[in-house]
Write a protein that binds this ligand. Structure first.
Ligand SMILES: [Zn+2]
Ligand SMILES: [Zn+2]
Length: 327
């Protein structure tokens, strides 16, 4: 049966875009629903995203009734207490970072930007860099770990990831506030949120995807993987929201400027996901709970939001929509 995936965008706090926000800032008390539900905005990604927009009771109802209740494209009339939010601070080869908040606990997933840029983007989101509970490092590649050590040392925030990432990133040879090892499949608590690591196939030492949970709401976060493995499907099936890479369009990659060796690496089983790979996963691999999908890590040379994002004839289009994270 086709899964229902509904995009719920809190069109707010669009960092760097100059678009006024409608969502509440961290720490601001929850009030009446002020965010809007909107169709896909390809290329826009930086607003806080909420995992749901209806009352808790409605979560057990069908996606159809949820859509009807929320009135896609209109205002949501009720807002249940948001327990998990996330915001993409950077996406793609220029640097990846995602801020996640669960009931006042802030985590950063990846630090692929310089420490100054990271701090600026956190502050623009209203978050004190020193208040982060941890920086989760998915793997050692520069676009995910470039700023991790310096950020950790400057702001006193511990890093967390696999043993392989620790060794391959050289975190043992530089000043950092500390490093917490996550074993594959382990769940660790950070304040109000729980983090579960999910091993993924990628040409790095021991790369992880993560599932972040807060009061039963779950976000699946996966960038840089060559194929969707069984572990990821199982881990993401119960997620309310998913951020996943949609790295390349095969035609653009094939005809593009990269050397063949790099094309082979990207296309390989430990490289990156194509738009088609992600489309098939969205159509078949997600559970009924998932209503928010963000496509991340789009290649600037080998992809385009119009190709990766919502498409009328894509296999999962009838189920909903996805939006693309901007760099
Ligand atoms: Zn990457
Ligand atoms: Zn990578």
């Amino acid at each position: 049966m086709r899964n229902r995936v509904e995009l719920v965008v809190a069109a707010c706090l669009l960092a760097g875009s100059g678009v006024a926000g409608a969502d509440r800032l961290p720490g601001e008390p929850a009030g009446p629903a002020r965010h809007s539900l909107s169709p896909s905005r390809s290329g826009s990604s930086t607003g806080w995203r909420m995992t749901a927009c209806c009352t808790p009771a409605s979560r057990a109802s069908s996606g159809e009734s949820r859509r009807a209740r929320s009135g896609r494209g209109g205002e949501c009339s009720r807002l249940w207490a948001v327990s998990l939010r996330f915001r993409v601070l950077g996406s793609g080869s220029s640097g990846n970072a995602t801020l996640v908040e669960g009931h006042g606990t802030f985590l950063l997933i990846d630090a692929g930007l310089g420490p100054r840029s990271l701090a600026e983007r956190l502050l623009s989101a209203g978050v004190d860099p020193a208040s982060l509970a941890a920086v989760l490092v998915s793997h050692e590649h520069g676009d995910h770990a470039r700023g991790a050590a310096a950020f950790s040392a400057k702001w006193g925030v511990r890093l967390c990831g696999s043993r392989g990432t620790y060794a391959a990133a050289g975190f043992g040879a530089v000043e950092i506030a500390g490093y917490d090892v996550l074993e594959a499949g382990e769940t660790r608590g950070f304040g109000s949120v729980r983090v579960t690591s999910v091993p993924v196939p990628h040409d790095a030492a021991a790369p992880f995807a993560f599932v972040i949970a807060s009061e039963g709401d779950r976000l699946g976060h996966a960038t840089d993987l060559g194929h969707v493995n069984r572990s990821l499907v199982q881990a993401f099936r119960g997620c309310d929201a998913v951020l996943i890479e949609s790295n390349y369009d095969p035609g653009l990659l094939r005809d593009g400027p990269y050397p063949w060796s790099l094309k082979e690496r990207i296309l390989g089983g430990e490289g990156h996901l194509s738009n088609g790979d992600v489309g098939r996963f969205l159509a078949n691999g997600l559970g009924e709970a998932c209503h928010t999908v963000v496509l991340a890590h789009l290649s600037q040379k080998n992809n385009h939001p119009e190709l990766a994002g919502w498409r009328p004839r894509s296999p999962w289009a009838g189920a909903g929509a996805a939006t693309c994270a901007s760099p």
